[in-house]
Design a protein around this ligand. Structure first.
Ligand SMILES: Nc1ncnc2c1ncn2[C@@H]1O[C@H](COP(=O)(O)OP(=O)(O)O)[C@@H](O)[C@H]1O
Ligand SMILES: [Mg+2]
Length: 249
């Protein structure tokens, strides 16, 4: 498949060029989601009827002790795994209605992923890493270079564009990963313990950056974290407990 989303359309720069009406409703809606691993007596019921909404433009934190199902849930939302039952809607699209190509395009064009271990490509420079998602959707090279430069300044790394991940600190690598996640102007950022490998001070700086880009880029974010500092920066906190969601004010 080639460029089929209209995102590389004709209407010039700045913001999205999509002429469609903005979808109404929450950015994410999860309804009665179940996901188990294994079967019989040894089965692990990671999610046992999870329901919640993520409103557009919010930074929502997902907490819960290790093994509570956070990664399982984020993988389902990102279309990396399928639920046993229940429904997931992202930006108005029911994931169950997407085929393999549809899921691929959703992940490439509408969701930005940020992982605990950064996930950068070691042999590419910071700038090249940020540009990867735009190459995958065959964006115009000039548009790509401009946006990469803009994103590197947004995350405070304009002076580090030519460095490879091994030449950057952990916090800087995660900043590159955040810039990369924003490359295709996703509707949704999904971050799985993005500060899990960082010291407290660096982790806080990364969380504050996430907080800032949710505001400045108009993106919605769902962030799994143990980090008390992030919980304080979130618009809303969801807790996974016993396979269910408990919402905190
Ligand atoms: N691929 C898998 N196979 C079997 N069990 C799994 C698998 N992935 C996760 N689990 C189990 O599901 C539960 C939830 O795991 P996970 O979603 O990774 O939680 P968290 O991210 O909150 O630590 C845990 O009991 C874990 O051991
Ligand atoms: Mg996890």
């Amino acid at each position: 498949m080639t460029e089929s989303t209209g995102r590389t359309g004709t209407e010039g720069q700045g913001g999205t060029a999509i002429a469609e009406e903005p979808a109404a409703g929450p950015m994410v809606r999860v309804e009665d989601l179940h996901r188990s691993y294994g079967s019989g007596a040894g089965a692990v019921h990671a999610l046992r009827g999870v329901s919640f909404d993520v409103p557009r433009g919010e930074l929502v934190a997902l907490k819960g002790r290790s093994g509570s199902g956070k990664t399982t849930l984020l993988n389902l939302l990102g279309g990396l795994d399928s639920p046993d039952s229940g429904r997931i809607t992202v930006d108005g699209t029911d994931l169950a209605e997407l085929g393999e190509n549809g899921l691929l395009e959703l992940r490439r064009d509408r969701i930005g992923f940020i992982f605990q271990s950064f996930g950068l490509i070691p042999i590419l420079t910071a700038a090249e890493n940020v540009g990867v998602p735009m190459r995958l959707r065959k964006a115009d090279p000039r548009e790509r270079e401009d946006r990469v430069a803009l994103l590197l300044s947004l995350v405070g790394l304009a002076d580090h564009a030519a460095q490879r991940p091994g030449e950057l600190s952990g916090g800087q690598q995660q900043r590159v990963a955040i810039a990369r996640a924003l490359a295709n102007r996703p509707a949704l950022l999904i971050a799985d313990e993005p500060t899990g490998q960082l010291d407290a001070e660096t982790g806080l700086a990364v969380m504050e950056l996430l907080r800032a880009v949710v505001r400045s880029e108009g993106v919605t974010a769902l962030v799994a974290t143990h980090d008390a500092q992030l919980l304080g920066l979130a618009d809303r906190v969801l807790e996974l407990s016993d396979g269910h969601i408990v919402e905190h004010a």
